[in-house]
Design a protein around this ligand. Structure first.
Ligand SMILES: NCCC[C@H](NC(=O)CCC(=O)O)C(=O)O
Ligand SMILES: NC(=O)OP(=O)(O)O
Length: 331
């Protein structure tokens, strides 16, 4: 694996999940692979799971880790080409990405969307600029439109906990007071399209996600109908996509979309966390036996670790090739 910025970087999902599960059984088996390799993690937004699990994954592989909260600690970055930088941005991504590439062997970035400028968000200008100007592999720790490390952890969790060969998985929108990104839902949908599952999406009318993401996945507007006989219910809020970034359906107008034990039936409950109790989901669900959110978060370590392992292996084979080529040149 050369990088991990989206689900398209996965060539063999089944193998990747199987390998992540092996790593989970034996997390230190490759503790020498990352020796003298450094992961630099850059956060433009808050994080609990991604920050701690990705650092743990890197350490399990013997890597060193540097974490930087970009907004509070670094210079404000300019991403536009040819700008006269006489306002509030102090450093251009062109220099920053090249400089960071000298300090880190892998760069991981978290950068949420503006939720005000759809075109800018969909251009993924932050993570794609890092990809463009960095000379080392880039890992997506949740960008404007995608959260592929989360989706891989979700796929591991469903594979581990499924009691059916083709489980019924439902992604349900739920209300939230704030405008939230589409990234988690987008990547979960993309992942379910790659898996052998019976997949349904449910949300209020008008809350359609990008057609480029949903493709031909089934959408059912009646939540009760969608949830019928589900094996896994994945709940997530997202802000309106058409009226970009707006909160049209609120916890007040759509409290009936909150997931309760009655709605869940016999399904297992999933959420990427953090989750707002009694807004997205009732206490009884999170505190009950059918919630798998803690194990789902545990799998973030193994999703990050399998990705970093594949990237480190690719770096090792690249440097092996370079050594061979330079020794050929000497003779
Ligand atoms: N990384 C996991 C989810 C991050 C983000 N959630 C949030 O911002 C929730 C914040 C709050 O509930 O205040 C999202 O939906 O993409
Ligand atoms: N699920 C997830 O990405 O959590 P954090 O935002 O806490 O990293």
């Amino acid at each position: 694996m050369k990088k991990y910025t989206g689900l398209d970087d996965i060539t063999d999902l089944k193998e990747l999940i199987a390998e992540a599960r092996e790593i989970k059984k034996n997390p230190y088996a490759f503790e020498h692979l990352g020796k003298r390799k450094r992961l630099v993690m850059l956060f433009f937004n808050s994080s609990l799971r991604t920050r701690l699990s990705t650092e743990k994954a890197a350490c399990n592989l013997g890597m060193d880790v540097t974490v930087m909260n970009f907004n509070s600690d670094a210079w404000k970055l300019e991403f536009e080409d040819g700008t006269v930088m006489n306002a509030d941005t102090s450093e251009h991504i062109k220099e920053a990405a090249q400089v960071i590439s000298q300090y880190g062997d892998v760069i991981a970035v978290r950068a949420f969307p503006t939720l005000t400028d759809k075109a800018k968000d969909e251009s993924e200008y932050v993570i794609s600029s890092f990809e463009k100007y960095a000379s080392v592999p880039v890992v997506n720790m949740e960008s404007a439109t995608a959260h592929p490390l989360q989706a891989l952890a979700d796929a591991i969790t469903i594979t581990e906990l499924s009691q059916q060969s083709k489980p019924k998985v439902v992604l349900s929108w739920a209300p939230h007071p704030k405008a939230l990104p589409h990234a988690v839902a987008n990547s979960f949908i993309g992942m379910m399209q790659k898996m052998d599952v019976d997949f349904t999406i449910t949300h209020p009318k008008g809350y359609e996600l990008s057609a480029d993401v949903v493709k031909n996945s089934k959408v059912v507007y009646d939540q009760d109908e969608a949830l019928k006989d589900a094996d896994f219910v994945y709940v997530k809020n997202w802000s309106n996509y058409k009226e970009y970034g707006k909160v049209i359906a609120t916890p007040e107008t759509h409290s009936d979309w909150m997931v309760t034990s009655e709605k869940l039936g016999t399904a297992q409950f999933m959420h990427c966390l953090p989750v707002r109790r009694n807004v997205i989901v009732a206490d009884e669900v999170l505190d009950g036996d059918q919630s798998v959110v803690i194990e789902q978060a545990n799998n973030r370590t193994f999703s990050a670790q399998v990705v970093l392992k594949r990237i480190l292996e690719n770096l090792a084979s690249k440097s092996q090739k370079e050594k061979l080529e330079s020794s050929r040149y000497e003779y």
